[in-house]
Design a protein around this ligand. Structure first.
Ligand code: ADP
Length: 602
Protein backbone atom coordinates (compact mmCIF):
# COMPACT_ATOMS: atom_id res chain seq x y z
CA UNK A 1 0.00 0.00 0.00
CA UNK A 2 3.04 2.19 0.32
CA UNK A 3 2.68 3.28 -3.28
CA UNK A 4 -0.80 4.69 -2.64
CA UNK A 5 0.42 7.76 -0.87
CA UNK A 6 2.78 10.42 -1.98
CA UNK A 7 5.87 11.23 -0.08
CA UNK A 8 5.29 14.40 1.91
CA UNK A 9 7.58 17.25 2.57
CA UNK A 10 10.35 16.76 5.06
CA UNK A 11 11.95 19.82 6.54
CA UNK A 12 10.39 23.28 6.11
CA UNK A 13 6.63 23.31 5.56
CA UNK A 14 5.79 23.43 1.89
CA UNK A 15 3.88 26.35 0.43
CA UNK A 16 1.10 23.90 -0.42
CA UNK A 17 0.85 22.80 3.20
CA UNK A 18 0.74 26.36 4.46
CA UNK A 19 -1.87 27.39 1.96
CA UNK A 20 -4.02 24.39 2.81
CA UNK A 21 -3.62 25.23 6.51
CA UNK A 22 -4.68 28.84 6.04
CA UNK A 23 -7.75 27.67 4.12
CA UNK A 24 -8.54 25.29 6.94
CA UNK A 25 -8.17 28.03 9.55
CA UNK A 26 -10.70 30.11 7.64
CA UNK A 27 -13.09 27.16 7.29
CA UNK A 28 -12.78 26.22 10.97
CA UNK A 29 -13.67 29.76 11.95
CA UNK A 30 -16.55 30.21 9.56
CA UNK A 31 -18.22 26.87 8.93
CA UNK A 32 -20.94 25.39 11.10
CA UNK A 33 -20.77 22.01 9.40
CA UNK A 34 -18.36 20.25 11.75
CA UNK A 35 -18.22 16.94 9.91
CA UNK A 36 -17.35 18.68 6.66
CA UNK A 37 -14.56 20.68 8.31
CA UNK A 38 -13.17 17.53 9.94
CA UNK A 39 -13.25 15.80 6.57
CA UNK A 40 -11.29 18.67 5.04
CA UNK A 41 -8.71 18.41 7.83
CA UNK A 42 -8.36 14.63 7.41
CA UNK A 43 -8.07 15.00 3.64
CA UNK A 44 -5.46 17.72 4.15
CA UNK A 45 -3.41 15.40 6.39
CA UNK A 46 -3.62 12.75 3.69
CA UNK A 47 -3.15 14.83 0.59
CA UNK A 48 -0.76 17.54 1.78
CA UNK A 49 1.18 15.87 4.59
CA UNK A 50 1.24 12.52 2.83
CA UNK A 51 -0.19 10.17 5.47
CA UNK A 52 -2.05 7.17 4.07
CA UNK A 53 -4.81 7.33 6.68
CA UNK A 54 -6.20 10.13 8.88
CA UNK A 55 -9.19 9.29 11.06
CA UNK A 56 -11.01 11.57 13.50
CA UNK A 57 -13.30 10.41 16.27
CA UNK A 58 -15.58 12.57 18.41
CA UNK A 59 -16.47 12.04 22.06
CA UNK A 60 -20.15 11.25 22.70
CA UNK A 61 -20.80 10.77 26.40
CA UNK A 62 -17.98 8.42 27.42
CA UNK A 63 -17.48 6.89 23.99
CA UNK A 64 -15.31 7.95 21.07
CA UNK A 65 -17.15 7.60 17.78
CA UNK A 66 -15.19 7.52 14.55
CA UNK A 67 -16.81 10.22 12.42
CA UNK A 68 -14.34 10.88 9.60
CA UNK A 69 -11.86 8.60 7.84
CA UNK A 70 -9.64 9.71 4.98
CA UNK A 71 -7.84 6.72 3.54
CA UNK A 72 -8.18 3.57 1.49
CA UNK A 73 -11.64 2.10 1.12
CA UNK A 74 -11.01 -0.98 3.31
CA UNK A 75 -9.81 1.25 6.17
CA UNK A 76 -12.88 3.47 5.83
CA UNK A 77 -15.19 0.47 5.84
CA UNK A 78 -13.58 -1.03 8.91
CA UNK A 79 -13.29 1.93 11.18
CA UNK A 80 -15.91 4.53 10.21
CA UNK A 81 -18.60 4.67 12.92
CA UNK A 82 -16.51 2.53 15.27
CA UNK A 83 -17.19 3.17 18.95
CA UNK A 84 -14.41 2.91 21.52
CA UNK A 85 -14.74 3.53 25.26
CA UNK A 86 -12.84 6.72 26.08
CA UNK A 87 -11.06 4.99 28.97
CA UNK A 88 -9.37 2.54 26.55
CA UNK A 89 -8.05 5.44 24.52
CA UNK A 90 -6.77 7.20 27.63
CA UNK A 91 -4.96 3.96 28.57
CA UNK A 92 -3.19 4.05 25.19
CA UNK A 93 -2.24 7.70 25.66
CA UNK A 94 -0.64 6.78 28.97
CA UNK A 95 1.42 4.04 27.34
CA UNK A 96 2.50 6.33 24.48
CA UNK A 97 5.62 8.42 23.92
CA UNK A 98 4.72 12.10 24.16
CA UNK A 99 5.70 14.03 21.05
CA UNK A 100 4.38 17.45 22.00
CA UNK A 101 0.63 17.03 21.67
CA UNK A 102 1.03 13.81 19.65
CA UNK A 103 1.00 10.35 21.20
CA UNK A 104 3.17 7.65 19.60
CA UNK A 105 2.72 3.99 20.55
CA UNK A 106 5.53 1.97 18.97
CA UNK A 107 4.72 -1.61 17.99
CA UNK A 108 5.14 -4.19 20.69
CA UNK A 109 4.33 -1.83 23.54
CA UNK A 110 0.63 -2.70 23.55
CA UNK A 111 -1.29 -5.74 22.46
CA UNK A 112 -2.23 -4.72 18.86
CA UNK A 113 -5.84 -5.78 19.55
CA UNK A 114 -6.09 -2.75 21.83
CA UNK A 115 -5.08 -0.22 19.21
CA UNK A 116 -7.78 2.30 18.41
CA UNK A 117 -7.99 1.80 14.68
CA UNK A 118 -7.69 -1.98 14.68
CA UNK A 119 -6.99 -1.56 11.05
CA UNK A 120 -3.54 -2.82 10.22
CA UNK A 121 -1.89 -1.64 7.03
CA UNK A 122 -0.53 -4.21 4.66
CA UNK A 123 3.16 -3.17 4.67
CA UNK A 124 6.52 -4.85 5.11
CA UNK A 125 7.87 -5.28 8.60
CA UNK A 126 11.37 -3.91 8.77
CA UNK A 127 14.09 -4.20 11.40
CA UNK A 128 15.01 -0.53 10.97
CA UNK A 129 13.59 1.37 13.96
CA UNK A 130 12.99 4.42 11.74
CA UNK A 131 10.78 2.43 9.40
CA UNK A 132 7.03 2.52 10.08
CA UNK A 133 5.79 -0.81 11.45
CA UNK A 134 2.22 -2.04 10.71
CA UNK A 135 1.52 -2.10 14.49
CA UNK A 136 2.87 1.39 15.17
CA UNK A 137 0.20 3.90 16.20
CA UNK A 138 0.19 7.68 16.17
CA UNK A 139 -2.60 9.63 17.83
CA UNK A 140 -3.46 13.17 18.76
CA UNK A 141 -5.92 13.87 21.53
CA UNK A 142 -8.24 16.74 20.54
CA UNK A 143 -8.84 19.05 23.49
CA UNK A 144 -11.11 22.05 23.99
CA UNK A 145 -9.65 25.39 25.08
CA UNK A 146 -10.59 24.43 28.65
CA UNK A 147 -8.73 21.11 28.43
CA UNK A 148 -11.73 18.83 27.94
CA UNK A 149 -11.14 15.81 25.71
CA UNK A 150 -13.39 16.22 22.67
CA UNK A 151 -11.99 13.65 20.27
CA UNK A 152 -9.00 11.89 18.85
CA UNK A 153 -7.11 11.93 15.57
CA UNK A 154 -5.32 8.76 14.48
CA UNK A 155 -2.92 8.66 11.53
CA UNK A 156 -1.25 5.76 9.81
CA UNK A 157 1.07 5.14 6.88
CA UNK A 158 3.26 8.22 7.40
CA UNK A 159 5.07 9.82 4.46
CA UNK A 160 7.85 7.63 3.13
CA UNK A 161 6.65 4.93 5.54
CA UNK A 162 9.18 6.32 7.99
CA UNK A 163 8.52 7.18 11.61
CA UNK A 164 7.77 10.94 11.34
CA UNK A 165 10.60 13.26 12.20
CA UNK A 166 10.36 16.52 14.12
CA UNK A 167 9.41 18.71 11.12
CA UNK A 168 6.63 16.32 10.08
CA UNK A 169 5.38 16.16 13.63
CA UNK A 170 5.23 19.96 13.78
CA UNK A 171 3.21 20.07 10.57
CA UNK A 172 0.84 17.36 11.78
CA UNK A 173 0.36 19.26 15.05
CA UNK A 174 -0.85 22.30 13.10
CA UNK A 175 -3.60 20.23 11.47
CA UNK A 176 -4.41 18.59 14.80
CA UNK A 177 -4.83 21.99 16.46
CA UNK A 178 -7.35 22.94 13.74
CA UNK A 179 -9.28 19.72 14.30
CA UNK A 180 -9.36 20.48 18.05
CA UNK A 181 -10.64 23.99 17.34
CA UNK A 182 -13.31 22.68 14.96
CA UNK A 183 -14.58 20.29 17.65
CA UNK A 184 -14.33 23.00 20.29
CA UNK A 185 -16.39 25.38 18.15
CA UNK A 186 -18.91 22.65 17.46
CA UNK A 187 -19.15 21.91 21.18
CA UNK A 188 -19.73 25.55 21.99
CA UNK A 189 -22.35 25.93 19.28
CA UNK A 190 -24.12 22.81 20.46
CA UNK A 191 -23.96 23.98 24.08
CA UNK A 192 -25.39 27.35 23.16
CA UNK A 193 -28.15 25.79 21.08
CA UNK A 194 -28.94 23.44 23.97
CA UNK A 195 -29.00 26.32 26.44
CA UNK A 196 -31.48 28.19 24.27
CA UNK A 197 -33.56 25.05 23.84
CA UNK A 198 -33.54 24.19 27.57
CA UNK A 199 -34.37 27.79 28.46
CA UNK A 200 -37.29 27.57 26.04
CA UNK A 201 -38.58 24.39 27.72
CA UNK A 202 -38.33 26.01 31.16
CA UNK A 203 -40.18 29.07 29.94
CA UNK A 204 -42.95 27.01 28.36
CA UNK A 205 -43.33 24.91 31.52
CA UNK A 206 -43.66 28.09 33.58
CA UNK A 207 -46.29 29.33 31.13
CA UNK A 208 -48.25 26.09 31.64
CA UNK A 209 -48.66 27.29 35.24
CA UNK A 210 -51.21 29.84 34.06
CA UNK A 211 -53.64 27.02 33.22
CA UNK A 212 -56.55 26.80 35.62
CA UNK A 213 -56.69 23.56 37.56
CA UNK A 214 -53.92 21.13 38.47
CA UNK A 215 -54.77 18.56 35.80
CA UNK A 216 -54.77 21.14 33.02
CA UNK A 217 -51.45 22.65 34.07
CA UNK A 218 -49.73 19.28 34.49
CA UNK A 219 -51.14 18.16 31.17
CA UNK A 220 -49.68 21.21 29.44
CA UNK A 221 -46.34 20.92 31.31
CA UNK A 222 -45.81 17.20 30.58
CA UNK A 223 -46.59 17.83 26.93
CA UNK A 224 -43.89 20.53 26.82
CA UNK A 225 -41.34 18.34 28.61
CA UNK A 226 -42.11 15.32 26.47
CA UNK A 227 -41.69 17.24 23.23
CA UNK A 228 -38.74 19.28 24.51
CA UNK A 229 -36.63 16.26 25.48
CA UNK A 230 -37.82 14.06 22.59
CA UNK A 231 -39.02 11.58 25.20
CA UNK A 232 -41.08 8.44 24.70
CA UNK A 233 -43.27 9.34 27.66
CA UNK A 234 -43.35 11.86 30.49
CA UNK A 235 -45.32 11.31 33.68
CA UNK A 236 -46.18 13.51 36.60
CA UNK A 237 -47.88 12.02 39.61
CA UNK A 238 -48.88 14.04 42.63
CA UNK A 239 -50.38 12.47 45.71
CA UNK A 240 -53.27 14.08 47.51
CA UNK A 241 -51.94 16.51 50.10
CA UNK A 242 -54.60 15.45 52.60
CA UNK A 243 -56.12 18.92 52.56
CA UNK A 244 -58.46 18.42 49.67
CA UNK A 245 -55.78 18.23 46.94
CA UNK A 246 -56.61 15.28 44.69
CA UNK A 247 -54.18 12.60 43.55
CA UNK A 248 -53.29 13.57 40.01
CA UNK A 249 -51.61 11.36 37.47
CA UNK A 250 -50.87 12.78 34.05
CA UNK A 251 -48.85 11.12 31.31
CA UNK A 252 -47.88 12.32 27.88
CA UNK A 253 -48.79 10.58 25.71
CA UNK A 254 -51.54 9.17 27.96
CA UNK A 255 -50.26 5.84 29.33
CA UNK A 256 -51.89 2.63 28.14
CA UNK A 257 -50.65 0.82 31.24
CA UNK A 258 -50.84 1.91 34.83
CA UNK A 259 -47.64 3.56 36.01
CA UNK A 260 -46.01 2.21 39.17
CA UNK A 261 -47.79 2.71 42.47
CA UNK A 262 -47.28 6.28 43.52
CA UNK A 263 -47.18 5.45 47.21
CA UNK A 264 -44.12 3.18 47.20
CA UNK A 265 -42.20 5.22 44.64
CA UNK A 266 -42.98 8.39 46.52
CA UNK A 267 -41.86 6.85 49.80
CA UNK A 268 -38.61 5.68 48.18
CA UNK A 269 -37.87 9.09 46.69
CA UNK A 270 -38.88 10.99 49.81
CA UNK A 271 -36.34 9.00 51.83
CA UNK A 272 -33.49 8.81 49.31
CA UNK A 273 -33.61 11.59 46.73
CA UNK A 274 -35.63 14.48 48.16
CA UNK A 275 -33.36 15.27 51.15
CA UNK A 276 -30.30 15.63 48.89
CA UNK A 277 -32.03 17.12 45.84
CA UNK A 278 -30.82 14.19 43.73
CA UNK A 279 -32.35 13.07 40.45
CA UNK A 280 -32.60 9.32 39.97
CA UNK A 281 -31.22 8.05 36.68
CA UNK A 282 -32.92 4.89 35.52
CA UNK A 283 -32.22 2.37 32.80
CA UNK A 284 -34.49 -0.54 32.06
CA UNK A 285 -31.78 -3.06 32.96
CA UNK A 286 -30.16 -0.97 35.70
CA UNK A 287 -32.45 0.73 38.18
CA UNK A 288 -30.47 1.96 41.15
CA UNK A 289 -31.82 0.05 44.13
CA UNK A 290 -30.10 2.45 46.53
CA UNK A 291 -32.59 5.10 45.40
CA UNK A 292 -35.57 2.87 44.71
CA UNK A 293 -35.22 -0.06 47.11
CA UNK A 294 -38.94 -0.89 47.16
CA UNK A 295 -40.27 0.35 43.85
CA UNK A 296 -37.40 -0.78 41.61
CA UNK A 297 -39.22 -3.77 40.08
CA UNK A 298 -42.43 -1.81 39.51
CA UNK A 299 -40.44 0.99 37.83
CA UNK A 300 -38.74 -1.50 35.49
CA UNK A 301 -42.09 -3.11 34.63
CA UNK A 302 -43.59 0.28 33.85
CA UNK A 303 -40.57 1.19 31.69
CA UNK A 304 -40.91 -2.02 29.69
CA UNK A 305 -44.64 -1.50 29.25
CA UNK A 306 -44.01 1.99 27.88
CA UNK A 307 -41.05 0.96 25.66
CA UNK A 308 -38.75 3.20 27.69
CA UNK A 309 -35.03 2.33 27.67
CA UNK A 310 -33.66 4.89 30.10
CA UNK A 311 -34.57 8.16 31.73
CA UNK A 312 -34.77 10.08 34.95
CA UNK A 313 -37.10 10.47 37.92
CA UNK A 314 -37.19 13.82 39.71
CA UNK A 315 -39.03 14.32 43.01
CA UNK A 316 -41.67 17.06 42.98
CA UNK A 317 -42.48 19.08 46.05
CA UNK A 318 -42.06 22.32 47.83
CA UNK A 319 -40.21 23.28 51.02
CA UNK A 320 -39.72 20.19 53.16
CA UNK A 321 -42.70 18.43 51.61
CA UNK A 322 -42.40 16.07 48.65
CA UNK A 323 -45.73 15.14 47.13
CA UNK A 324 -45.00 13.50 43.81
CA UNK A 325 -42.54 12.93 41.03
CA UNK A 326 -41.77 13.71 37.42
CA UNK A 327 -40.53 10.82 35.29
CA UNK A 328 -39.08 11.23 31.81
CA UNK A 329 -38.71 8.06 29.76
CA UNK A 330 -36.40 8.01 26.74
CA UNK A 331 -36.06 5.55 23.88
CA UNK A 332 -33.01 3.35 23.22
CA UNK A 333 -31.81 5.70 20.46
CA UNK A 334 -31.86 8.77 22.74
CA UNK A 335 -28.38 9.74 24.05
CA UNK A 336 -27.72 9.85 27.78
CA UNK A 337 -28.98 13.08 29.35
CA UNK A 338 -26.18 15.65 29.73
CA UNK A 339 -25.48 17.49 32.97
CA UNK A 340 -27.10 20.73 31.74
CA UNK A 341 -30.20 18.77 30.67
CA UNK A 342 -30.38 17.09 34.08
CA UNK A 343 -30.02 20.47 35.81
CA UNK A 344 -32.92 21.78 33.72
CA UNK A 345 -35.05 18.73 34.60
CA UNK A 346 -34.33 19.40 38.28
CA UNK A 347 -35.42 23.01 37.80
CA UNK A 348 -38.61 21.87 35.98
CA UNK A 349 -39.46 19.50 38.85
CA UNK A 350 -39.05 22.36 41.36
CA UNK A 351 -41.20 24.60 39.15
CA UNK A 352 -43.88 21.89 38.97
CA UNK A 353 -43.77 21.64 42.76
CA UNK A 354 -44.36 25.38 43.11
CA UNK A 355 -47.12 25.31 40.48
CA UNK A 356 -49.01 22.40 42.05
CA UNK A 357 -48.62 23.94 45.49
CA UNK A 358 -50.08 27.28 44.49
CA UNK A 359 -52.83 25.64 42.39
CA UNK A 360 -53.80 23.62 45.47
CA UNK A 361 -53.82 26.71 47.65
CA UNK A 362 -56.04 28.39 45.07
CA UNK A 363 -58.41 25.39 44.99
CA UNK A 364 -58.60 25.31 48.79
CA UNK A 365 -59.36 29.01 48.80
CA UNK A 366 -62.10 28.54 46.20
CA UNK A 367 -63.62 25.73 48.26
CA UNK A 368 -63.58 27.84 51.41
CA UNK A 369 -65.19 30.75 49.58
CA UNK A 370 -67.94 28.48 48.26
CA UNK A 371 -68.46 26.98 51.75
CA UNK A 372 -68.70 30.47 53.21
CA UNK A 373 -71.26 31.40 50.54
CA UNK A 374 -73.33 28.30 51.39
CA UNK A 375 -73.12 29.18 55.05
CA UNK A 376 -74.25 32.70 54.33
CA UNK A 377 -77.19 31.41 52.31
CA UNK A 378 -78.14 29.06 55.16
CA UNK A 379 -78.00 31.94 57.56
CA UNK A 380 -80.39 33.93 55.37
CA UNK A 381 -82.74 30.96 55.05
CA UNK A 382 -82.55 30.35 58.77
CA UNK A 383 -83.53 33.89 59.63
CA UNK A 384 -86.35 33.90 57.05
CA UNK A 385 -87.77 30.57 58.23
CA UNK A 386 -87.48 31.37 61.90
CA UNK A 387 -89.11 34.75 61.43
CA UNK A 388 -91.94 33.22 59.44
CA UNK A 389 -92.44 30.26 61.74
CA UNK A 390 -92.32 32.40 64.88
CA UNK A 391 -94.59 35.00 63.41
CA UNK A 392 -97.47 32.70 62.41
CA UNK A 393 -98.29 31.29 65.87
CA UNK A 394 -97.56 34.65 67.52
CA UNK A 395 -100.07 36.41 65.27
CA UNK A 396 -102.70 33.87 66.28
CA UNK A 397 -101.81 34.21 69.97
CA UNK A 398 -101.96 38.00 69.85
CA UNK A 399 -105.26 37.89 67.95
CA UNK A 400 -106.85 35.64 70.53
CA UNK A 401 -105.50 37.68 73.43
CA UNK A 402 -107.14 40.75 71.88
CA UNK A 403 -110.38 38.79 71.49
CA UNK A 404 -110.20 37.79 75.15
CA UNK A 405 -109.68 41.39 76.15
CA UNK A 406 -112.62 42.55 74.04
CA UNK A 407 -115.11 39.79 74.70
CA UNK A 408 -114.18 38.18 77.94
CA UNK A 409 -112.43 34.80 78.10
CA UNK A 410 -113.48 32.35 75.39
CA UNK A 411 -112.37 28.77 75.87
CA UNK A 412 -111.65 28.42 72.10
CA UNK A 413 -109.20 31.31 72.35
CA UNK A 414 -107.45 29.70 75.28
CA UNK A 415 -107.23 26.50 73.21
CA UNK A 416 -105.82 28.40 70.22
CA UNK A 417 -103.30 30.19 72.43
CA UNK A 418 -102.24 26.87 73.94
CA UNK A 419 -101.94 25.20 70.51
CA UNK A 420 -99.85 27.98 69.08
CA UNK A 421 -97.68 28.28 72.14
CA UNK A 422 -96.95 24.55 71.74
CA UNK A 423 -96.11 25.12 68.11
CA UNK A 424 -93.66 27.81 69.16
CA UNK A 425 -92.23 25.48 71.75
CA UNK A 426 -91.73 22.73 69.15
CA UNK A 427 -90.03 25.10 66.78
CA UNK A 428 -87.71 26.37 69.45
CA UNK A 429 -86.95 22.78 70.51
CA UNK A 430 -86.10 21.91 66.90
CA UNK A 431 -83.79 24.88 66.66
CA UNK A 432 -82.12 23.93 69.91
CA UNK A 433 -81.65 20.32 68.70
CA UNK A 434 -80.19 21.56 65.45
CA UNK A 435 -77.80 23.90 67.21
CA UNK A 436 -76.78 21.04 69.47
CA UNK A 437 -75.99 18.54 66.68
CA UNK A 438 -74.16 21.27 64.76
CA UNK A 439 -71.79 21.69 67.68
CA UNK A 440 -71.73 18.04 68.46
CA UNK A 441 -68.46 16.61 69.67
CA UNK A 442 -68.20 12.87 70.28
CA UNK A 443 -70.67 12.19 73.03
CA UNK A 444 -70.27 9.41 75.55
CA UNK A 445 -71.68 6.19 74.15
CA UNK A 446 -73.51 3.65 76.21
CA UNK A 447 -75.57 0.61 75.34
CA UNK A 448 -79.06 1.83 74.56
CA UNK A 449 -82.20 -0.29 74.26
CA UNK A 450 -84.04 0.72 71.09
CA UNK A 451 -87.27 -0.99 72.18
CA UNK A 452 -87.36 1.22 75.23
CA UNK A 453 -86.72 4.35 73.15
CA UNK A 454 -89.47 3.43 70.62
CA UNK A 455 -91.88 2.91 73.55
CA UNK A 456 -91.02 6.38 74.86
CA UNK A 457 -91.51 7.99 71.43
CA UNK A 458 -94.93 6.30 71.00
CA UNK A 459 -95.93 7.47 74.44
CA UNK A 460 -94.95 11.04 73.59
CA UNK A 461 -96.93 11.02 70.35
CA UNK A 462 -99.93 9.00 71.47
CA UNK A 463 -102.13 12.02 71.99
CA UNK A 464 -101.28 13.52 68.59
CA UNK A 465 -101.91 10.16 66.91
CA UNK A 466 -105.20 9.73 68.70
CA UNK A 467 -106.46 13.20 67.81
CA UNK A 468 -105.32 12.72 64.19
CA UNK A 469 -107.08 9.37 63.95
CA UNK A 470 -103.84 7.50 63.18
CA UNK A 471 -103.23 4.02 64.56
CA UNK A 472 -99.68 3.33 65.75
CA UNK A 473 -98.68 -0.35 65.77
CA UNK A 474 -95.44 -1.64 67.30
CA UNK A 475 -94.70 -5.37 67.19
CA UNK A 476 -92.43 -5.40 70.23
CA UNK A 477 -89.58 -7.90 69.97
CA UNK A 478 -89.41 -10.24 72.97
CA UNK A 479 -86.04 -8.99 74.20
CA UNK A 480 -83.95 -5.85 74.36
CA UNK A 481 -82.36 -4.68 71.09
CA UNK A 482 -79.24 -2.78 72.02
CA UNK A 483 -76.86 -0.50 70.19
CA UNK A 484 -74.00 1.74 71.29
CA UNK A 485 -75.02 5.36 71.33
CA UNK A 486 -76.38 8.44 72.95
CA UNK A 487 -79.91 7.67 74.22
CA UNK A 488 -81.05 11.28 74.08
CA UNK A 489 -79.91 11.76 70.48
CA UNK A 490 -81.35 8.48 69.22
CA UNK A 491 -84.58 9.41 71.06
CA UNK A 492 -84.67 12.66 69.09
CA UNK A 493 -84.38 10.73 65.79
CA UNK A 494 -87.21 8.37 66.76
CA UNK A 495 -89.43 11.27 67.87
CA UNK A 496 -88.82 12.97 64.51
CA UNK A 497 -89.48 9.90 62.37
CA UNK A 498 -92.55 8.85 64.35
CA UNK A 499 -93.76 12.45 64.60
CA UNK A 500 -93.51 12.89 60.80
CA UNK A 501 -95.26 9.55 60.16
CA UNK A 502 -98.18 10.58 62.36
CA UNK A 503 -98.19 14.16 61.08
CA UNK A 504 -98.14 13.27 57.38
CA UNK A 505 -100.75 10.48 57.64
CA UNK A 506 -104.44 11.25 57.16
CA UNK A 507 -107.17 10.24 59.56
CA UNK A 508 -107.79 6.49 59.41
CA UNK A 509 -104.20 5.80 58.38
CA UNK A 510 -101.69 3.62 60.16
CA UNK A 511 -98.10 3.77 61.33
CA UNK A 512 -96.05 0.57 61.84
CA UNK A 513 -92.81 0.41 63.78
CA UNK A 514 -90.40 -2.48 63.55
CA UNK A 515 -87.09 -3.07 65.34
CA UNK A 516 -84.75 -5.66 63.82
CA UNK A 517 -81.05 -6.55 63.88
CA UNK A 518 -78.47 -8.61 62.05
CA UNK A 519 -74.70 -8.94 62.65
CA UNK A 520 -73.92 -5.68 60.89
CA UNK A 521 -76.87 -3.36 61.37
CA UNK A 522 -79.66 -2.71 63.83
CA UNK A 523 -82.63 -0.84 62.44
CA UNK A 524 -85.85 0.86 63.39
CA UNK A 525 -88.30 1.09 60.48
CA UNK A 526 -91.21 3.53 60.66
CA UNK A 527 -93.77 2.94 57.89
CA UNK A 528 -96.87 4.96 57.30
CA UNK A 529 -99.83 4.97 54.92
CA UNK A 530 -99.58 8.75 54.62
CA UNK A 531 -99.29 11.32 51.85
CA UNK A 532 -95.89 10.05 50.65
CA UNK A 533 -93.06 12.00 49.04
CA UNK A 534 -92.61 12.75 45.33
CA UNK A 535 -89.42 11.50 43.58
CA UNK A 536 -88.24 15.14 43.24
CA UNK A 537 -88.44 15.69 46.98
CA UNK A 538 -86.90 12.31 47.81
CA UNK A 539 -83.31 13.44 47.79
CA UNK A 540 -84.01 16.81 49.34
CA UNK A 541 -85.98 15.96 52.47
CA UNK A 542 -82.76 15.66 54.50
CA UNK A 543 -81.57 19.17 53.65
CA UNK A 544 -81.94 21.81 56.30
CA UNK A 545 -85.18 23.77 56.00
CA UNK A 546 -86.37 21.73 53.09
CA UNK A 547 -90.11 21.20 53.11
CA UNK A 548 -91.60 19.22 50.25
CA UNK A 549 -93.37 20.93 47.41
CA UNK A 550 -96.53 18.92 48.15
CA UNK A 551 -99.19 21.49 49.21
CA UNK A 552 -100.75 18.95 51.54
CA UNK A 553 -97.45 18.62 53.41
CA UNK A 554 -96.91 22.36 53.43
CA UNK A 555 -100.32 22.93 55.04
CA UNK A 556 -99.02 21.10 58.11
CA UNK A 557 -96.76 22.91 60.55
CA UNK A 558 -93.09 22.11 60.22
CA UNK A 559 -89.60 23.60 60.06
CA UNK A 560 -87.78 21.29 57.65
CA UNK A 561 -85.19 20.66 60.35
CA UNK A 562 -86.28 17.32 61.82
CA UNK A 563 -84.81 15.03 59.14
CA UNK A 564 -81.63 17.13 58.80
CA UNK A 565 -81.07 16.78 62.54
CA UNK A 566 -81.89 13.06 62.41
CA UNK A 567 -79.48 12.36 59.59
CA UNK A 568 -76.62 14.13 61.37
CA UNK A 569 -77.27 12.12 64.51
CA UNK A 570 -77.43 8.84 62.55
CA UNK A 571 -74.15 9.62 60.80
CA UNK A 572 -72.49 10.61 64.06
CA UNK A 573 -73.36 7.09 65.26
CA UNK A 574 -71.74 5.54 62.18
CA UNK A 575 -75.18 4.89 60.68
CA UNK A 576 -77.63 6.40 58.22
CA UNK A 577 -81.30 7.00 57.45
CA UNK A 578 -82.92 5.47 54.38
CA UNK A 579 -86.22 6.41 52.85
CA UNK A 580 -88.65 4.66 50.51
CA UNK A 581 -91.81 6.44 49.57
CA UNK A 582 -94.61 6.60 47.00
CA UNK A 583 -96.52 9.81 46.62
CA UNK A 584 -100.06 9.32 47.88
CA UNK A 585 -99.37 5.80 49.21
CA UNK A 586 -97.02 6.16 52.17
CA UNK A 587 -93.41 6.20 53.31
CA UNK A 588 -90.93 4.07 55.21
CA UNK A 589 -88.01 5.74 57.02
CA UNK A 590 -85.30 3.44 58.38
CA UNK A 591 -82.75 4.38 61.01
CA UNK A 592 -79.71 2.06 60.74
CA UNK A 593 -77.06 1.94 63.45
CA UNK A 594 -74.07 -0.46 63.53
CA UNK A 595 -74.88 -3.57 65.61
CA UNK A 596 -72.85 -4.27 68.71
CA UNK A 597 -71.12 -7.09 66.76
CA UNK A 598 -70.28 -4.76 63.85
CA UNK A 599 -66.49 -4.26 63.66
CA UNK A 600 -66.94 -0.48 63.26
CA UNK A 601 -67.83 -0.43 66.92
CA UNK A 602 -64.44 -1.91 67.81
P1 ADP B 1 -90.80 19.11 58.93
O1 ADP B 1 -91.62 17.91 59.08
O2 ADP B 1 -90.63 19.90 60.18
O3 ADP B 1 -91.18 19.95 57.76
P2 ADP B 1 -88.60 17.33 58.40
O4 ADP B 1 -87.17 17.62 58.22
O5 ADP B 1 -88.95 16.39 59.51
O6 ADP B 1 -89.30 18.72 58.59
O7 ADP B 1 -89.15 16.78 57.06
C1 ADP B 1 -88.86 17.45 55.87
C2 ADP B 1 -89.96 17.25 54.85
O8 ADP B 1 -90.02 15.89 54.44
C3 ADP B 1 -91.30 17.53 55.39
O9 ADP B 1 -91.61 18.91 55.25
C4 ADP B 1 -92.20 16.67 54.53
O10 ADP B 1 -92.54 17.32 53.35
C5 ADP B 1 -91.35 15.48 54.20
N1 ADP B 1 -91.62 14.32 55.07
C6 ADP B 1 -90.95 13.90 56.15
N2 ADP B 1 -91.48 12.76 56.66
C7 ADP B 1 -92.55 12.45 55.89
C8 ADP B 1 -93.49 11.38 55.87
N3 ADP B 1 -93.46 10.40 56.77
N4 ADP B 1 -94.44 11.39 54.89
C9 ADP B 1 -94.47 12.36 53.97
N5 ADP B 1 -93.60 13.41 53.91
C10 ADP B 1 -92.65 13.44 54.87
Amino acid sequence: MGDQHSSGSVGAPSAQALQRLSELVRRVNSSTDTTQVLEEIANGVREVLGYGVAAISQLEGDTLVMVVVAGPEDARRQILGRRTPAVDVLDEYRAADHWGILRYVPHGRLDPAHLIGVWTPDIQRSEDPDDWHPDDALYAPLYSATGELLGNMAVDLPPGLRVPGQAERDLLEMFVVQAGLALSNAQQRERLARQVHLGGILKEVAQAGSQLGIEALLDAATDVVNRGFGAVRTWVRCLSDGEGGQETSIGHPPPAEASPGIETLRTDLAVTAWPTGALVLIAVDDVDSAFLPVSRVAVQAAMRAAAVDHGVIAPVGVGPEMFGYLAIGLGADHPQLRPDELATIGEIARELGRMVHSARLFETEQRLVSELRDLDRYKGELIATISHELKTPLTTIIGHVELMEDEGIDSRSVEAIGRNAERLDRLIQNLLDYAQVQERRDSVRRTVDLVELVDAAIELLSQQAESGGVRVVFERPPCRVEVLGDAEEIGTVLNNLLGNAVKYTRTGGRVDIEVAANDAWTQVAVSDTGIGISPVDHSRVFSTFHRSSNPEALSLPGTGLGLAISRRIAEAHGGRIEVESTLGAGSTFRLLIPSLSNPTNG
